[in-house]
Design a protein around this ligand. Structure first.
Ligand code: FAD
Length: 455
């Protein structure tokens, strides 16, 4: 069955759009462009994910939240419903202390909003299947972008079994080719393009808690966290009742674990409850099988070049994964772009996209860095829990005024920079109220003492 296209876009023109990268953001962007009547060529370096076993080296599951859900729902193909029908809701964090005792911190006790654990591969497959229903989307797998001339709209791809380059052209080139974007490499050479990247000292490695007797070995509706000051482990539930476990640690700690005995000692000390769930043999196998992966944060701008090229998703703003927002932010890029394209001619829409997006993209990159600290360290502290309780109460009483930071990022579409500004005034207000109480309390105590002594 193919899909009926909507008539025109804001610029009233149907274009030839080349999207580089058929990951989560690229395949979603293809759907939006195609629905607006454009002809879309979707080029992907890898083979078709639907025909391959596993997305190598990538996280198996992801936390989907409001921004991603909105993008899936707005395309109007029933995608959000389909995703949620198999996704696993995560209503809060379950913290595992060093003795193996657990405690829960619910994300939103008042309105019961939650994150959803979704399979990366399943989501990508769903989006590509939806692409197949559009006659005006053509997917080209095993096409690696090697050269681009954005000014002329020319592209060159390489296929794995061919020496010959494949040439293509487009009116608009959209780079959804991830953190190491080949298209961005071309934009970097243009004057006025700003770019920074930062690798963090922490690497990550994926492990697995398998299902036992076809059941989850831990409560499934949580994002499990083992905070250990300057490192941590997290686990998200999978549809097959296993958990994907991500161990995040400074590289020197990874390097200090040299053999199976040291690894078991390390886990016995820091993750005593997780060790039997993962299983010693499996842990040793998975830990030494791959090297820890690097994590980086990328900020750049502008995201566009005239009316000819645009970056979306990780290509525009890669971030460390600790807020679970990389994919969500990338999908939100697509909804913002789509709404601008409905209203403005292409060049203006792209310029506005950069203008409206860069501060928010920078903000979420910073927030993602901050959340690593929160997850590995702050969640353990009483001050954090008290603040969380206070936030929850105030949010329940004043849901439109007092939206806590985590909730505004994960459960609303509030611009990320506004989420930070919001948190700042909340901090200031609480601090002033606290000072007011202290000064008032001191005043009352002083007056009482004075009155007692000198009356
Ligand atoms: C450990 C980890 C956990 C994460 N957890 C979450 C989470 O819970 N929630 C969340 O929202 N985000 C999460 N993220 C972030 C999320 O994975 C990314 O933000 C998201 O995948 C970005 O999508 P994208 O389509 O922009 O880029 P990618 O997913 O990187 O896709 C880029 C695509 O482009 C292709 N490509 C690359 N180069 C070329 C080329 N030269 N030519 C053609 N094609 C090319 C690639 O093969 C790939 O298919 C996590 C990331 C990591 C590493």
């Amino acid at each position: 069955m193919s899909v009926i296209l909507t008539e025109t876009n804001g610029s009233n023109e149907r274009r030839k759009v080349a999207i580089v990268g058929a990951g989560l953001v690229g395949s979603l962007a293809a759907l939006y462009f195609a629905r607006n009547g454009n002809h879309v060529d979707l080029y992907e370096y890898r083979d078709d994910v639907r025909k391959s076993e596993l997305v190598q080296g990538r996280s198996i599951n992801l936390a989907l939240s409001q921004r991603g859900r909105k993008a899936l729902s707005q395309i109007g193909l029933g995608l959000e419903e389909q995703v949620l029908s198999t996704a696993i809701p995560m209503k809060g964090r379950m913290l595992h202390n060093i003795q193996g005792k657990t405690s829960e911190v619910i994300y939103d006790p008042s309105f019961k909003q939650c994150l959803y654990s979704v399979g990366r591969k399943q989501l990508n497959e769903l989006l590509l299947n939806a692409c197949d229903k559009f006659p005006n989307i053509k997917c080209h797998f095993d096409h690696k972008l090697t050269k681009a001339n954005v000014k002329e709209g020319q592209l060159e791809f390489k296929r794995s079994h061919s020496v010959e380059g494949i040439k293509a052209n487009a009116d608009l080139i959209v780079g959804c080719d991830g953190a190491f974007s080949a298209l961005r490499q071309n934009l970097i050479k243009l004057p006025g393009f700003n770019y920074t990247q930062e690798y963090i000292e922490t690497g990550y490695l994926e492990l697995c808690i398998p299902a036992k007797k076809n059941e989850f070995q831990m409560p499934p509706n949580y994002l499990h966290i083992w905070p250990r000051d300057n490192f941590m482990m997290i686990a998200l539930p999978n549809q097959d009742k296993s958990f994907t476990v991500t161990l995040s640690m400074p590289f020197d700690i990874f390097a200090s674990i040299k053999n199976p005995e040291e690894l078991i000692q390390f886990f016995t000390h820091y993750y005593p409850d997780a060790l039997p769930l993962i299983g010693k043999e499996q842990l040793i196998k998975d830990f030494f099988k791959t090297k820890p992966q690097h994590l980086l944060s990328i900020k750049c701008r502008p995201y566009h070049y005239e009316n000819k090229a645009l970056l979306l998703g990780d290509a525009a703003h890669a971030m460390v994964p600790y807020y679970g927002q990389g994919m969500n932010a990338g999908m939100e890029d697509v909804t913002l772009l789509n709404s601008l394209l409905q209203q403005l001619p292409l060049e203006e829409a792209l310029a506005q996209f950069t203008e409206q997006r860069w501060q928010d993209a920078f903000a979420i990159c910073d927030l993602a860095m901050y959340n690593y600290l929160e997850m590995r360290d702050l969640t353990k502290r009483w001050s954090f829990r008290c603040r969380k309780m206070l936030d929850t109460l105030l949010y329940r009483w004043f849901p439109t005024i007092w939206v806590p930071l985590y909730n505004s990022v994960s459960f609303t579409s509030m611009p990320y920079s506004k989420c930070i500004a919001n948190r700042k005034w909340q901090d200031q207000l609480l601090w002033r109220t606290f000072l007011g109480f202290v000064v008032g309390g001191l005043g009352v105590t002083g007056s009482a003492i004075y009155w007692q002594r000198f009356r």
